[in-house]
Design a protein around this ligand. Structure first.
Ligand code: HEC
Ligand code: HEC
Length: 483
């Protein structure tokens, strides 16, 4: 009864939250600079690959060295160059920036013929996860499908006759997406086509995946601003979190608690679509390991399960520290990522953008897409510290309803929960990356579609958007595009 009353009461509160009653904060000049003093110009052309505008000159050589390491294609070991061998044996991509295209987002294939190149499929099976892994990896395929291998037969696969297979280290599978489309109709009759991915695994290299396998398609998120997000104060996240929804606004917001392979302890998660990685460095090391097949002291094992014997036995590219990438080089790549800068906002004075800003708050988008933080100090990168930033994320997990659910828990994140995606730079993706692939699996090809997919805790906010007239919806989208 009490619960029911609370639910009804909160519904009343929500419906009372009509456009007329919401207070919209006054616009401040600082909003034009999403990364504070790190912000780079959008003219003459926008880029997600530029270093923080306030980076001291003496740090620039290291930034460019890190960029070279994130951009250079890794090759199979052994080779004459010891600096960049050790690829795979199983991997998804040869470089970081083949997925994080030009420092921005990846894409997902738009038709079922194109293989997956800048996105990946995470795997696990149900069960009690180890404190360090957060998921129960598939016993044969591990926690991610690697669609490529260093095997010559795979590398030459386009020259193979159909039916011939790679014999030495078979790739795990070729994954294709079949899109299921549905139509959404607004109350005013306007229609939007939505698509939802269905995964198709071909040429599984190590036997069937099994009935109970949990899969999750993930597109590579943009990298700009990750160093600033790393410096959002822990206390700010705790203040925003409301796991029991004590303020009864229908929005909980939870912190993911994840294993930090560097500090060897459980800490707050910030990165990845389910906030399952604690820091830029651990994320980079995990990517080197899982996506490129390059070992580091943080993840020293080759990406092969016990059953993948040819993979286990393939030559490695180990150098100093008995790993393929030494600590100082990993740090260069991590620090390159940390320093990729947010881009200045565009069109802030346009009438539609101004109106859209008001509607953004009236629809309650800022309840999760938290506009602003002041970063904490940083000993490593003092110029990234104490910046007023505008990422439009609370870095917290939210239940987004069954439409977006992957049913695959990760540390504390349930199968329905996702980290609020930052919105800074979103309007530049088409221009910089040549595609718009929004939401964790890239299903939304426009901001409008992304909003319509919102459900669960964001259901009320989505409903507000849907109830706006077309000009208002367009204005809200223009505002988001300007971020
Ligand atoms: C095969 C594609 C692929 C490659 C290669 C790749 N990434 Fe990623 N990256 C992703 C995906 C997908 C995610 C999201 C992961 C998740 O949700 O579990 C991600 C997440 C990240 C994030 C967190 C961003 C955020 O906002 O949460 C960082 C930082 C990152 N990658 C850095 C790197 C670095 C550095 C490299 C090279 C060592 C790299 N990535 C290689 C696909 C890739
Ligand atoms: C309850 C929290 C919540 C509310 C309220 C909310 N969002 Fe989101 N939003 C999220 C989460 C979580 C994601 C990531 C979902 C996913 O990837 O599946 C997201 C993703 C997005 C994306 C896609 C970003 C990307 O890079 O893929 C856009 C655009 C977006 N939201 C806009 C809005 C707008 C506009 C509103 C208000 C009408 C809104 N959101 C309200 C939580 C919220």
């Amino acid at each position: 009864m009490k619960v029911l009353f609370a639910a009804v009461f909160s519904l009343l509160l929500l419906s009372a939250c009509t456009p007329e009653t919401t207070t919209v904060p006054a616009f401040v000049e600082a909003e034009k600079y999403p990364g504070g003093q790190t912000t780079v110009a959008a003219e003459p052309f926008a880029s997600f690959e530029l270093p923080a505008a306030n980076m001291p000159e003496q740090q620039k050589p290291d930034f460019h060295a890190g960029k070279a390491l994130a951009n250079q294609p890794w090759v199979k070991a052994p080779t004459v160059t010891t600096m960049r061998d050790g690829l795979g044996p199983l991997y998804n991509s040869r470089t970081c920036l083949m997925c994080h295209i030009k420092g921005g987002k990846g894409f997902v294939p738009d038709n079922s013929e194109i293989p997956m190149l800048s996105s990946l499929v995470r795997l696990s099976i149900p069960g009690q996860a180890d404190q360090r892994q957060g998921v129960v990896p598939h016993p044969v395929y591990g926690d991610q499908i690697q669609g490529q291998s260093t095997s010559l037969a795979h590398q030459l696969r386009h020259a193979l006759k159909s039916g011939e297979v790679a014999h030495d280290v078979p790739p795990e599978a070729y994954v294709f997406i079949d899109w299921q489309t549905t139509e959404f109709v607004y109350p005013d009759g306007h229609k939007v086509t939505l698509r939802q991915p269905q995964l198709r695994f071909e040429q599984l290299g190590y036997g069937p995946l099994g009935e109970d396998v949990l899969t999750s398609l993930r597109v590579a998120p943009p990298l700009h601003g990750v160093g600033l997000l790393e410096l959002v104060k822990e206390t700010d996240l705790q203040a925003l979190a409301d796991p029991q929804d004590q303020n009864n606004d229908g929005i909980s917001g939870r912190i993911n608690r994840v294993w930090d392979a560097e500090q060897q302890q459980t800490v707050t998660g910030r990165f990845g679509w389910k906030a399952n990685k604690p820091s830029v460095k651990v994320q980079a090391a995990a990517a080197f390991n899982g996506d490129v097949g390059i070992t580091t002291t943080l993840f020293p094992e080759q990406p092969c399960s016990l059953q993948q014997t040819a993979c286990q036995q393939a030559p490695d590219g180990n150098d100093v520290q008995n790993v393929e990438l030494a600590d100082d080089l990993l740090e260069l790549v991590a620090n390159f990522s940390r320093n990729l800068a947010p881009v200045k906002r565009r069109k802030v004075n346009d009438a539609a953008v101004k109106q859209g800003r008001i509607l953004f708050y009236q629809a309650g988008c800022q309840q999760c897409h938290q506009p602003s933080f002041v970063t904490t100090t940083s000993a490593r990168n003092p110029h990234l510290g104490q910046q007023t930033i505008w990422p439009y994320t609370d870095l917290l997990l939210h239940d987004m309803g069954p439409g977006l659910a992957d049913g695959r828990p990760d540390f504390l994140a349930s199968g329905n929960e996702w980290r609020t995606a930052p919105l800074w730079g979103i309007g530049l993706q088409q221009q910089v990356n040549g595609s718009t692939a929004l939401l964790h699996d890239g299903r939304a090809t426009s901001i409008e579609q992304a909003i319509i997919w919102h459900g669960g805790e964001a259901g009320n906010s989505r409903q507000q958007f849907v109830s706006f007239d077309q000009a208002q919806r367009q204005a809200l989208i223009e505002f988001v595009k300007s971020l």
